[in-house]
Design a protein around this ligand. Structure first.
Ligand SMILES: C[S@@+](CC[C@H](N)C(=O)[O-])C[C@H]1O[C@@H](n2cnc3c(N)ncnc32)[C@H](O)[C@@H]1O
Length: 286
């Protein structure tokens, strides 16, 4: 194995999202249904025009990247970045399968993008910013990559009071992992709801130098036939939960998932399972 291949191999097993990459990609259809309206609002806010150059931060398997490519057209350009080599390989595969030659991929930590300054007309980040321990560094980097007047928009989870589904999931996973006594704050940097702290995201955008800042809540309920379908999604695609349960035996894991499924049944309705979720849509100008 070459030195480069070895380094890539280390990176590829290093990131929690490498382990969830295939699961996230395999669930694209239900993720797309879940985030359809929020994604449209995020891309509308980025004011994408044909021919625009767009930075997609924490692009994952590239579902929203493909939407961006459709909006900017063949004369546009999309740079999909992500810290996980494995998930970005899937984004590249998906872009090729759809015939998009205007999409490129670049493995990079959002907190140190290392991109040429003033290069992009717009930057977006769908459900990635909250995983940064230093979101200010990520926002500062995104702003630096934008042309003056360029648009930024991002989606993150809001706080625990409006995300009971996530709260139950994380509390149950912590319990089974034997970590409940540590009871970390839901706003701990780098965690799912870290940017849901009231006022925090707007303040970070101001600190990063953005103007014309708005932050608005968006309801994004997860609609599936049963809680079992949501568990199937979490088991393969939810890196933070997979990571928490990773040290358990197979028996202990099964017990954790069964417990979680039973608790999440509280969201079963006569017309299926509806997990309440709330996101924040942040928009700003560089
Ligand atoms: C919930 S997934 C969202 C992926 C995609 N944006 C979507 O909405 O389908 C979170 C993504 O954030 C990426 N991520 C987490 N921390 C990151 C960081 N520090 N820098 C860049 N990407 C990061 C993960 O690798 C993962 O692909």
């Amino acid at each position: 194995m070459s030195a480069l291949a070895k380094r890539e191999a280390v990176k590829a097993t290093d990131q929690p999202w490498d382990k969830a990459a295939t699961g996230w990609n395999d669930h694209t259809r239900i993720i797309r249904d879940w985030l359809r309206d929020a994604t449209r609002m995020m891309l509308d806010a980025a004011q994408l025009k044909p021919g625009a150059r767009v930075l997609d931060v924490a692009a994952g398997a590239g579902d929203q990247t493909l939407d961006i490519a459709r909006r900017v057209g063949e004369n546009g350009y999309v740079l999909a970045t992500d810290i996980s080599t494995r998930i970005l390989e899937l984004a590249q595969h998906n872009a090729r399968a759809e015939g998009f030659s205007q999409i490129e991929a670049h493995v990079a930590d959002a907190q140190s993008l290392g991109l040429e300054a003033g290069h992009f007309d717009a930057a977006v980040c769908r459900l990635g910013l909250m995983f940064c321990n230093d979101p200010l560094a990520a926002l500062t980097g995104a702003r630096a990559a934008l042309k003056r007047g360029g648009r930024f928009s991002a989606l993150v989870f809001s706080g625990p009071q409006n995300n009971p589904c996530l709260t139950i999931t994380m509390r149950t996973a912590l319990n089974h992992a034997g970590l409940s006594s540590q009871s970390p704050s839901p706003f701990t940097p780098g965690t799912l709801m870290s940017l849901g702290k009231p006022g925090l995201l707007a303040q970070l955008l101001r600190d990063a130098g953005f103007a014309e800042i708005t932050v608005q809540p968006i309801a994004a309920p997860f609609r599936l036939p049963t809680s079992r379908h949501y568990i199937d999604f979490l088991r393969s695609a939810a890196a933070p939960v997979i990571e928490l349960l990773s040290a358990l035996s197979e028996l202990e894991k099964r017990s954790a998932w069964d417990d979680l499924e039973a608790q999440l049944n509280v969201f079963t309705t006569p017309s299926g399972w509806v997990g309440p979720n709330e996101l924040l849509l942040a928009t700003a100008t560089a």
